[in-house]
Design a protein around this ligand. Structure first.
Ligand SMILES: NC(=O)c1ccc[n+]([C@@H]2O[C@H](COP(=O)([O-])OP(=O)(O)OC[C@H]3O[C@@H](n4cnc5c(N)ncnc54)[C@H](O)[C@@H]3O)[C@@H](O)[C@H]2O)c1
Length: 337
């Protein structure tokens, strides 16, 4: 959103339900721009989605709205089915209705970009990487709901001709990530001197991508991607969870030393593993690199340092989003995604 408003000519409508994970304060930088509009809307509400289409006549839709936290999907899977499956179905139906009434040129140029995850491919052994042709094998309620949404998008293209493109991205990290996800959670715990809970023995491997690199990949796909295709997006940056947490400890000790806490590594504590925890994800992103000339700009070292520095400088944001203080504030002021 920030990159779209700051670096492109697009006007943007941010359509968001503002669940616990959504906060308008995170978009304060673009609030007030004449190119930015906000509509509070649940994507399962067909009438509201239709209204947004008819009010703004968008040239494209980037679908990122989701329930996205795997642990929550184990506790409350129903929310994931509603938003990720029913919500995607609703957006597809409304997009199809809107698109089918456009003139010839606008119909040709319209895009429905569906943002998905590498988790739909299941778990890898010690070697190999997911490609765009890897069979789907989702293991958690979250990844199953995202896999189902990918299938709906594919079907709406093949059956109805809606000009869709799917992206499957690896784990994101960076500024503004809700502090329940692994990296911001560990930063917050490390700063407070609380234990750093690591699942199992910390051997699960994820491929990490700095969030701005993901945003720029989506922009490439929007502008140069081929309709009907899928693109894998990854950072070529595989890390075992335990190594990631140790890297964070070293950075926190350097950037926020605290004699009372001592070396943060001593806070690491192994806890009972998450049920069905996938062992390893790795993305082969050679297709998007080759065809759309996208490359990640941040290395693991530079991205992680920027992230820790951002959280250190924005502790008040963390406190406010966790308290829910900014959720839903300033409703109806016309801002958006
Ligand atoms: N974070 C990652 O590591 C990652 C990796 C690959 C793909 N993705 C995908 O990228 C997208 C964004 O991920 P994120 O990490 O920013 O998620 P997030 O959970 O942090 O934020 C999701 C956003 O969607 C909104 N939302 C939830 N339900 C909604 C509904 N019913 N109607 C309208 N808005 C709703 C929330 O208010 C919030 O603003 C998701 O589709 C996710 O599957 C994320």
């Amino acid at each position: 959103m920030r990159i779209l408003v700051r670096e492109t000519d697009y006007a943007v409508v941010n359509l968001d339900k503002l669940t616990y994970a959504g906060n308008l304060e995170s978009l304060a930088e673009v609030d007030g721009s004449p190119k930015y509009h906000f509509e509070r809307c649940d994507i399962i509400d067909a009438e509201r989605v239709e209204q947004v289409f008819s009010t703004y006549s968008p040239v494209a839709l980037l679908h990122l709205a989701a329930e996205s936290h795997v642990d929550r999907s184990i506790d409350t899977p129903g929310d994931f089915i509603q938003t990720n499956l029913v919500g995607t179905f609703t957006l597809l139906q409304e997009a199809r209705r809107y698109w089918s009434r456009l003139g010839e040129r606008a119909r040709r140029d319209f895009r429905f970009i569906h943002v998905s995850t590498d988790e739909v491919f299941g778990s890898l052994g010690a070697t190999g990487a997911f490609t765009e042709t890897t069979p789907y094998a989702p293991n958690s309620p979250y990844s199953a709901s995202k896999a189902g949404s990918d299938h709906l998008v594919r079907a709406w293209h093949h059956t109805f001709g809606v000009p869709t493109i799917i992206t499957n991205c690896s784990n994101n990290y960076g500024p503004f990530q809700f502090p329940e996800k692994l990296i911001p959670l560990m930063i917050q715990h490390g700063l407070a001197g609380r234990r750093l809970p690591v699942y199992g023995r910390g051997e699960n491997v994820r491929d990490w991508l700095y969030v701005d690199d993901h945003a720029r990949a989506l922009l490439c796909v929007l502008e140069r991607g081929t309709v009907g295709e899928t693109y894998n997006v990854g950072g070529r940056s595989e890390q075992r969870n335990i190594d990631l947490v140790r890297d964070l400890c070293v950075l926190l000790d350097e950037l926020a030393p605290d004699q009372g806490i001592g070396a943060r590594e001593s806070l690491i504590e192994f806890v009972a593993d998450r049920p069905g925890h996938d062992m390893r994800y790795a993305i082969d992103s050679s297709k998007i690199e080759r065809e759309l000339e996208w490359r990640p700009h941040e290395s693991w070292e530079s991205g992680l340092r920027k992230t820790v520095e951002w959280y250190l400088a924005n502790q008040s944001w963390c406190e406010r989003v966790q308290s829910g203080a900014y959720r839903g504030e300033r409703l109806g002021r016309g801002v958006a995604i």
